[in-house]
Write a new protein. Sequence first.
Length: 278
Amino acid sequence: MEELKGKRIDVLDKGFVELVDYMGSDELIVNAARVSYGGKKKNSDKSLIEYLIRNDHTSPFEMVEFIFRIKVPIFVARQIFRHRTASFNEISGRYTVYEEEFFVPKDYRKNTKKNRQSSEVIDILDENLIKEIKNSFKGSFALYKKLLDYGLARELARVVLPLSTYTLFYYKQDLKNLLHFLKLRLDYHAQKEIREVANAMLYFVKQVVPITWEAFEKYKLKKVEITEVDLQSLPKEKQNLLMAILEDLPNYLPSSTRKEELISQLDTLFGQDGGEAS
């Protein structure tokens, strides 16, 4: 899959996500996992990866690494940099003059009343306001250039630039933490712009570790958790009905390993005797 290296996916209006390099594969993950018991092959690679994902045995996934080169607006980059398990190196405004490149939204959204993290598209935004937004970008960069021409240090001249200015950085992360990043940033609660970046990164993950991604999607992204608090919030008769359904579920699972896992989880939820919730 050498052809993946250097491949670039365009994001937003002027950005991109490029795969610079990667190390490892699904095969490396299972080999790293099997060393724990002497390298013996007891299960298929797919079954082993699914087992690791389901039971949060994450260290084998740390063996695989990705390096991306990413160009996005500063406000998107700052959300990405919140993931401190990655390593970054970003273009410096102290040593480099910024290009006149700003992110201009294709659609304009307003905050929803239900969720502070969510937004919804405004059908029509006043054209004069859109023009003002674009003019403010141009005005900021004109002032930036004027300050540089005046002789002001780049590290000070940059303070007039808006968060919509494009930046460029390298991003290195192991697969375990990249999967966590994708789980958070592909979620519909995440801002639309960073979801677009995450989807571009996901394209490369799917190509390099397809078995791992399939397992992660099945057992982590499409997962429902039920806690004791959730169970006890139900009326007693509905508690008993839900418990009966869950206790019967292992009987329909084809995998004996998965049956044992689920029975163990149910024992934890219901108590070792499997009786009614306290």
